[in-house]
Design a protein. Structure first.
Length: 249
């Protein structure tokens, strides 16, 4: 007898924890559509979205068009953005065979942020943070470290942007909200440490660029950076120079 085919489920943003609790009881294959999963140029998204949409949502579209998914759950609440809502509407037209389900994550139970505060290679740390949303359980506790630098913002589409950061970097902004499983917790997203040099980052064309630049201006030692699809050598060099001049590396 043939084995039943696993349902192929895509997620966008951080859908509510109750949804993940439901999905863990099902035999599924889960895809985080915010991440580059297919080897196809991002320009393929132009059939659905204009170039002024952020690279993350354009990546979502490219993944959705190529992965032959059964269902896609998109968080379109205050923890994501209106652009995600419009993307859901457009995908319904372009993917008639895929069930498109919008959610609004208003979860407010704190699950802690041990990954954001532990000593770990920054690429590995951000990878673990983004993976953590797929579990309804909190991440096991980890020892904290004294921070030498801060990264505030969303996970970049291109994780090479994180390579210049020391292992003792603390993570803030929406990335910290992700690990805490409260993507709409604005007070947590706005939090930063004024005592450590901090890079404030958002994807180009994302509405969060306004908050990132504002907080960088408020921070006594902050640097604002935005990137589109890939982390350019100039952006990485800018971050490297900032960290070195700040005595972080």
């Amino acid at each position: 007898m043939d084995k039943p085919v696993k349902a192929r489920i895509g997620i966008v943003g951080v859908p509510p924890r109750a949804l993940f609790q439901e999905l863990t009881s099902q035999d599924i294959e889960l895809f985080d559509l915010d991440e580059p999963l297919v080897k196809t140029g991002i320009d393929q998204a132009s059939c659905c979205l204009p170039r002024v949409y952020c690279a993350i949502l354009r990546t979502v579209v490219v993944n959705a068009l190529n992965l032959e998914l059964d269902r896609i759950y998109l968080d379109v609440g205050p923890g994501k953005c209106d652009c995600a809502l419009h993307t859901a509407t457009i995908l319904k037209t372009h993917l008639p065979g895929t069930e498109i389900i919008t959610t609004r994550n208003l979860d407010d139970q704190d699950f802690g942020t041990p990954l954001c505060r532990t000593q770990m290679n920054m690429v590995s740390k951000m990878t673990a943070i983004t993976r953590s949303i797929q579990s309804p359980q909190p991440h096991p506790d980890l020892p904290g470290c004294a921070p030498s630098a801060g990264f505030w913002g969303v996970p970049p589409r291109d994780f090479s942007l994180l390579e210049p950061f020391p292992d003792t970097t603390h993570v803030y902004g929406w990335s910290r909200c992700m690990e805490n499983k409260t993507p709409a917790r604005l007070v947590l997203e706005e939090h930063y440490n004024p005592d450590i040099p901090t890079v404030f980052f958002a994807q180009s064309f994302c509405a969060k660029t306004a908050l990132a630049r504002h907080l960088a201006d408020c921070h006594p030692h902050g640097l604002y950076v935005d990137c589109d699809v890939t982390a350019s050598s100039s952006a990485r060099a800018k971050i490297q120079a900032f960290l070195e001049l700040s005595g972080c590396t």
